[in-house]
Ligand binder design. Structure first.
Ligand code: AMP
Length: 290
């Protein structure tokens, strides 16, 4: 496994692979890897010749009062996990390498970025779209894999790829959860033991919404109220948003239809957690959450 820190070296390596007819699969991450990240590598691994994982805590997607400085990092452990997943290359640049001063070009995906996490974290998706565009130009992947845990992010990337004609196939992988249902996240590390239990309310509120829908409720306002009631029963929680939206456009729905994305962001203490579920009226085996 190669570890590449320089953009020019990564570009040259990718170019050589392409000239030899090799396909490049790519999983961008911010490191501190967990099973969610590894699941994306396992999705990509059989679909490409060379698998590249990037580890880069991207400063431009963090707001001024967010957790950039304390975001967890453990490169040695990440390296070992990547080795186990048969990753071929870790691209591991510094912030100075990625954003040499003066840096003046950003990618702004409109509309899809105005709601949900985009509304709570102004500038976040501008940073995400910019770094992913840069990484695509550096790693030159044929295929890139993103997690449905960050549902809105995946939609934003798909839109960017479409609009800017990136010649990259985008795949998404399902949310990987802890045995008790908490969606895996590098930020779960911030939770105390008590908060870790409180955090289960995110997933429980999604399950509640699914149950109520399956019992016939079609009014998003009622769903929202029931979810709020459950979440607010946990004293350490503070709701950032609950979105009940079309899974493609991310626009609010007036009534629950065949497929609805329910997504939420909740602070547990100081830690902001997100989770989501696509609820289908006609359940397929893969969409039933037990
Ligand atoms: P991050 O390191 O948080 O930027 O995440 C890197 C990639 O892993 C993104 O595409 C995330 O959506 C994905 N990811 C993070 N957590 C999970 C999870 N629990 N299940 C599946 N994918 C995930």
């Amino acid at each position: 496994m190669k570890i590449i820190r320089k953009i020019s070296e990564m570009q040259q390596y990718a170019e050589t692979l392409r000239q030899h007819g090799k396909t490049i699969g790519f999983v961008p991450t911010m490191g501190f890897l967990h099973e969610g990240h590894l699941s994306l590598m396992r999705l990509a691994r059989p679909r490409c010749d060379t698998l590249v994982v990037s580890i880069f805590v991207n400063p431009t997607q963090f707001g001024p009062n967010e957790d950039l400085d304390k975001y967890p990092r453990d490169f040695r452990r990440d390296e070992e996990l990547c080795r186990q997943e048969k990753v071929d290359v870790i691209f591991y640049p510094t912030a100075e390498e990625m954003y040499p001063q003066p840096y003046r070009t950003f990618v702004n995906v409109e509309k899809l970025t105005e709601t949900m996490c985009g509304a709570s974290r102004p500038g976040h998706f501008r940073g995400v779209a910019t770094v992913v565009a840069k990484l695509f130009n550096i790693v030159k992947p044929h295929l890139a894999v993103f997690g449905q845990k960050d549902y809105q992010q995946a939609q934003v990337i798909r839109q960017m790829v479409h609009d800017l004609n990136f010649d990259v196939e985008i795949l998404t992988g399902p949310i990987v959860r802890e045995p008790d249902g908490l969606a895996m996240s590098s930020r779960n590390k911030y939770l105390s033991a008590a908060q870790r239990k409180d955090a289960l309310v995110l997933r429980q509120s999604l399950q509640l919404a699914q149950t109520i829908i399956r019992q016939g409720e079609r009014n998003p306002a009622v769903l929202r109220e029931r979810m709020e009631e459950l979440i607010e029963s946990v004293p350490t929680s503070r709701i950032d948003y609950i979105a009940i939206v079309d899974p493609e456009t991310l626009e609010d729905v007036a009534a629950i239809g065949e497929r609805t994305l329910i997504a939420l962001s909740v602070f547990i203490g100081q830690t902001r957690l997100i989770d989501n579920m696509v609820v289908e009226l006609t359940p397929t085996s893969s969409s039933v959450i037990t």
